[in-house]
Design a protein around this ligand. Sequence first.
Ligand code: PLP
Length: 363
Amino acid sequence: MTRIQPLPHIALTKPYVPGGKLKGSTGHVIMLASNENPFGPSPKAVEAMKAAAEEVHIYPDPEYRALRETIAEATGIAEASRIVVSSGSDEIIHLLTQCYAGPGDEILFTEHAFSMYRVSALSHGAETVTVPETDLTAGANAILGAVTDKTKILFLANPNNPTGTMMKVEDLERLQDSLPPHVLFVVDGAYAEYVSPDYEAQIRDLVDRRANTVMMRTFSKIHGLAAMRLGWAYMPDEIMQTFQRIRGPFNVNGLAVAAGMASIQDEEFLTKSREHNAEWRTKMMDALNAMGLPTPPSHANFVLPDFGSSERADAANEFLKTRNILVRAVGGYGLPTRLRISVGSAEDNETVLAALREFTASH
Ligand SMILES: Cc1ncc(COP(=O)(O)O)c(C=O)c1O
């Protein structure tokens, strides 16, 4: 009897492992595993979603004109026609892969890159090429050395998740200039807002420098809208035309549209979130380094202390779970001696630091 069989490359694809939940715990769980905004969503986004709830019997505008124009205005993009919106930026990763790479093609990313790039490449039958990093940071020369005639896409999150490190803009420009024209360069700016407004403008401008570059962004992090599943990208016209062939006409839901439009205009909320993160990111890095847990400089909304061995990192993770604190094990990212800890509320940050002080005193 013949069974229903998936395509061979789908059968080999391992699914993405999300941040997870604490099983069987009662009481308040401190969630520092998924880089979410500790302030929640903007109150203006919540109001906008409530109002939009009355209208959900109507299909959204398949062109998403109002949302794209609002994003363009808020981010200084002249042509809203070159912005696409998506159900989370994960959807953009998948759609770009689907457009440009398949069996026999190579997709490049670096050693500790965001794991969805691998999932997406494998699920489309493309080969993955992993480029070594130096000091947990991607480098232009190493990436260029790995490019071949078969390379179709380079995915680079800057800052990267889970390392929090980033390449300088000059190096991104050099990389962009040196890539052969058949390689699509995808700059993933999921954490760009946590660097600076200047940096946001600089990666936007990369798209206008060369016809090979797409910038991806998300509403899941600083906007606190992870559950709404809203992302966007800014891309050259030609890539846009290809992308639009396969984008579902209603890929973003109406509540996400309303929330995204309100949030991206709420400068007060975004500034408060950025400033809180900058303050606590430094405090957490300093405190962890002082505990003897070396922590690389983070440009994002999480930190990545090193516990020296995978056994000690696992023990720290278990210890934190007994305190109802959930952080992220990153062995799957080739970082088994470390844990990724999101910047949370002041109170939650104090609690996780106190728990780790206790742990390091006894382990
Ligand atoms: C670097 C990076 N890119 C993309 C995403 C996907 O975000 P979303 O699909 O929620 O927009 C994440 C989520 O953690 C991320 O860390």
